[in-house]
Design a protein around this ligand. Structure first.
Ligand code: HEM
Length: 339
């Protein structure tokens, strides 16, 4: 399931970010698959540098993990640069009638004001930043969400019931016609689903540890002094499980904690820190919720999910996001729905 979700978010981030169909989910395009594999490999190889004392030597000699990383980066760069050139060409010839609909097109238009700074390398970095920020985070959150629904079948049924009540669906709907009915009005009614995703992010934050560096000498609110260049990490994973913050049942999966009379209640982002807080709060938070709700609502309308192996829980994989090692194996059954 995790692999399918990773492909889905890759395709959707590509569509929204770069205005291009990548089709990694259907696997129909060889160069897309090559790009996607290179992207995932580069993410985990960059993370590997944290634990590999010799990565700089390996980079200098172009051997081992660093040689692989260099190759992956080349594939990624070539693929994205080619897309940028194509898009620039289409926009110049007036063939891209949908210009402004995706993030890259908007940046290309803006780059006409300042072509020197906003050159193709700059645009490549913007496009890749959005992919890095939005792809694994959303896919990992959905993986843990489905895992928690399997561990808590009553919650799964409650979410499915709310979805059924919120969407004006028809018995003859297939997935395509059903997703067209998932408009903003329907999605906004799904408070329990919103709470369940948020509860998942509290216990399994997609970014489990975040780091910052002091720009200048400073004193933190608790009196701790930092000097320019000091690095600091804050543990989002630990903060989501602190009894001091969430009460005695902090370790329990209980979406109801986010609801008052069935209506979702926001927490301070300094307490629920899974999207960071302050001026650098996640820019894609609303987009991520919308995307996760559409995917969850579609899958749970048609299917019921169970763990393939109830006895073994998933193991964390150490990369930038909270990934499941060896994925998530689920059994999927059609959900018998009647009006
Ligand atoms: C469940 C999904 C997501 C989670 C948990 C999440 C979490 C985060 C966190 C913790 C940060 C702060 C990182 C830091 O301090 O450096 C961040 C930043 C960011 N996120 Fe997300 N994110 C998610 C989805 C997305 C999506 C879908 C997008 C794009 C559409 C996105 C775009 C960004 C951007 C652009 C930043 C940088 C903001 C800045 O530094 O000013 N995120 N996100």
């Amino acid at each position: 399931m995790q692999d399918l979700l990773m492909r889905t978010t890759m395709d959707s981030m590509f569509k929204v970010g770069l205005g291009t169909e990548l089709n990694t989910l259907s696997g129909s395009d060889e160069s897309s698959i090559q790009f996607s594999n290179a992207f995932d490999e580069a993410s985990s190889l960059v993370y590997y540098r944290y634990v590999d004392l010799f990565w700089q030597v390996k980079r200098y000699l172009n051997i081992g993990s660093e040689a692989k990383l260099k190759k992956s980066i080349q594939i990624i760069d070539n693929f994205v640069m080619q897309l940028i050139h194509q898009k620039r060409g289409q926009m110049k010839n007036g063939h891209d009638s949908k210009a402004r609909e995706d993030i890259l097109s908007r940046f290309i238009l803006a780059s006409e004001e300042d072509p020197e700074t906003m050159n193709d390398r700059y645009l490549r970095d913007i496009a890749l930043s959005f992919l890095i920020a939005g792809k694994d985070t959303t896919a990992n959150t959905l993986s843990w969400f489905f895992y928690m629904l399997c561990k808590n079948p009553i919650v799964q049924d409650k979410v499915a019931y709310e979805i059924k009540e919120s969407v004006e669906w028809a018995q003859e709907d297939n997935m395509e016609t059903y997703t067209r009915r998932l408009n903003q009005g329907a999605i906004d009614k799904m408070h329990y689903l919103h709470a369940t995703l948020t509860e998942t992010l509290r216990l399994y934050p997609a970014v489990p540890v975040d780091g910052k560096m002091a720009d200048e000498d400073d004193v933190l609110p608790n009196g701790y002094r930092v000097i320019k260049g000091d690095g600091m990490n804050y543990m989002i994973y630990a903060m989501g499980r602190m009894k001091y913050l969430w009460g005695e049942d902090a370790e329990e999966f209980r979406p109801e904690r986010w609801l008052v009379n069935g209506v979702f209640q926001q927490e301070s982002p300094y307490k629920f820190i899974s999207f960071n807080a302050g001026p650098r709060i996640c820019l894609g938070k609303e987009f991520a919720y919308r995307q996760m709700k559409i995917m969850a609502a579609t899958l749970l309308h048609f299917f019921r999910f169970k763990l393939e192996d109830e006895s073994n829980g998933p193991i964390y994989k150490t990369i930038f996001t909270l990934h499941m090692d060896k994925g998530l194996q689920l059994l999927v059954y059609p959900r018998g729905i009647s009006a």
